[in-house]
Design a protein around this ligand. Structure first.
Ligand SMILES: CC(C)(COP(=O)(O)OP(=O)(O)OC[C@H]1O[C@@H](n2cnc3c(N)ncnc32)[C@H](O)[C@@H]1OP(=O)(O)O)[C@@H](O)C(=O)NCCC(=O)NCCS
Length: 235
């Protein structure tokens, strides 16, 4: 169920247990550059470490896409804040709370020039977090919240992500959410100059709903005698 503010359907604010996901803002530039400006964070991203000016340009483009929302085709960049940061640990100032990472969901190219998927119900997901905020489950929690939102609020049929094969942190995150690989490209097939093998992963609406559904208690069954294994079980 969505916790989107019904008063501001064009400015969704999504909450999870520990996080707030909100539209990226111009004031997020310093925070974003503190991680997207790093070599270790961008190693498996499409872009090289961002300069402050490149970060501002990236956010300016994201704001243009937010101005067009709601729309059937979109590319939306969310900043992630720790909910606890509002509660007096010093992370909040008059400008608000510093973002710890950001995620983007899209079926439209980031410059708005055309579709990024063959159908509007197929979305892509991407993310990057500050290294100080990795290894705490925040990225997975944020990604799960956004995937929920796409299936609940945007009738997504499928959500996809692309990771380069050596990016085991990202592939592990996606697999723990239930994404499964459906395409692998070796380094020569990969158009990007980084020339790394790529894994394309996806989850569809039925698989996401099955993952979210509470497990029904197993009906009691009478003990049965062991049977001989079938051919397929033996192989
Ligand atoms: C990809 C990226 C977002 C993954 O971040 P991450 O913090 O490692 O991912 P998660 O949120 O899944 O956290 C995982 C770890 O947090 C730890 N953790 C601690 N507390 C936790 C909690 N409450 N819940 C879940 N995990 C928790 C777990 O040990 C877990 O590791 P495991 O899954 O191996 O057991 C991060 O590496 C990154 O920003 N990379 C640079 C950008 C990038 O490559 N983006 C992806 C391009 S495809």
């Amino acid at each position: 169920m969505s916790r989107e503010d019904p008063m501001q359907p064009n400015r969704p604010e999504l909450r999870s247990a520990r996080l707030l996901l909100r539209p990226i803002e111009a004031r997020d530039a310093d925070a974003m550059q503190s991680y997207r400006g790093r070599e270790d964070v961008t190693r498996y991203l499409l872009h090289e470490p961002l300069s402050p000016a490149a970060t501002r340009a990236r956010i300016a483009q994201a704001l243009e896409r937010w101005d067009e929302y709601p729309a059937e085709w979109f590319s939306l960049n969310f900043a992630v804040e720790l909910l606890g940061a509002w509660e007096g640990d010093g992370a909040a100032d008059e400008d608000g709370v510093e973002a710890i990472g950001d995620l983007r969901v899209w079926n439209l190219l980031p410059d708005g020039s055309g579709p990024a998927s063959e159908e509007p119900s197929i979305f892509w997901l991407g993310y990057a977090f500050h290294p100080d905020m990795q290894g705490k489950g925040y990225a997975r929690e944020a990604a799960a919240r956004l995937v929920d939102w796409l299936f609940d609020e945007h009738a997504a049929s499928e959500v996809r992500a692309i990771a380069w094969a050596p990016n085991t942190a990202s592939i592990g995150l996606l697999e723990k959410l239930g994404f499964r690989a459906f395409l692998t490209l070796d380094a020569e097939q990969e158009p990007h100059p980084k020339k790394l093998p790529a894994v394309h992963l996806r989850i569809d609406a039925a698989a996401w709903a099955a993952r979210a559904a509470p497990t029904a208690p197993a009906a009691p069954t009478a003990p049965t005698a062991p049977t001989a294994p079938t051919e397929s079980e033996e192989s």
